[in-house]
Design a protein around this ligand. Structure first.
Ligand code: SAH
Length: 237
């Protein structure tokens, strides 16, 4: 009885150790074990849209984290990761959740404010959206352009500048996603939303709430959603 238990226990320990080793190896090579763990985690949190899950499973998150910050934390872990200049790439769940809430269809024109690493833009592009994204820190905009091109998302339009006023030359947009937090919803962004379009934006100082806006027959419906923490939107008023 005892011997049997010992065999089972040592078998379990051996299995566990070899899995951990295999995981480390796979992560070093291509991040694929990281993907498996990350997808299981976002599904546990309630992400259901199969298109979003597929996109999250395909995009190589670690390829968007600047090399200097790669070893700082697990690129596929359940947390934001530093990308330099005091900025972060959002926690995988938040990326998936915000994407799910704006539900971009193939061919939709989507505006993102706060390109950061370029990861969220890649997820939108993977869903077939025509992506316009604005980043205020020039070095990050350059990094994102390069990472997007290297990962096969060269069609994403990256602009260096202040996203507070949106990108009027390419409006209207079917969806707008803001990944830095303004004190209030920027009016120019509401203006640039197509009728039938939806926007998701973290609003407030310190901790914020995600606000979802839908434009219908010229009227704007507002829904308050999850409490979140994003870096503030920087802009000259
Ligand atoms: N979506 C990003 C993470 C965003 S972090 C990703 O997938 O990696 C928030 C980003 O918003 C930072 O890079 C910050 O520089 C940028 N930002 C802050 N204020 C901005 C503004 N007014 N216009 C454009 N980008 C802004």
């Amino acid at each position: 009885m005892r011997a049997g238990l010992l065999i089972v226990l040592s078998g379990f320990i051996l299995f566990h150790v070899s899995c951990t080793r295999a995981e480390t190896r796979a992560r070093k090579e291509d991040g694929s074990m990281g993907h498996t763990t990350m997808i299981a985690q976002i599904e546990r949190y309630g992400i259901r849209d199969p298109r979003v899950i597929q996109a999250m499973a395909k995009v190589q998150r670690h390829r968007f984290i600047p090399e200097k910050y790669l070893g700082v934390s697990d690129s596929y872990g359940d947390h934001p990761c530093p990308i330099g200049f005091g900025q972060t790439i959002s926690q995988p769940y938040i990326v998936a959740y915000m994407t799910e809430r704006i539900a971009p269809e193939t061919g939709d024109k989507v505006l993102e404010i706060g390109t950061g690493s370029g990861y969220q833009a890649a997820i939108l592009a993977e869903l077939g959206a025509d992506v316009y994204t604005i980043e205020i820190i020039p070095e990050l905009a350059d990094h994102a352009r390069k990472a997007l091109a290297e990962e096969g998302y060269a069609k994403v339009h990256v602009r260096t500048g202040d996203g507070y006023k949106g990108w009027p030359e390419h409006a209207p947009f079917d969806a707008i996603i803001v990944t830095c937090a303004p004190d209030d919803v920027p009016p120019a962004l509401v203006e640039q939303l197509r009728d039938g379009g939806r926007m998701i934006v973290p609003v407030g100082e310190g901790t914020q709430r995600l606000v979802i806006l839908r434009k219908k027959d010229g009227k704007v419906e507002k829904e308050e959603d999850l409490a979140v923490v994003f870096v503030p939107m920087v802009h000259g008023k």
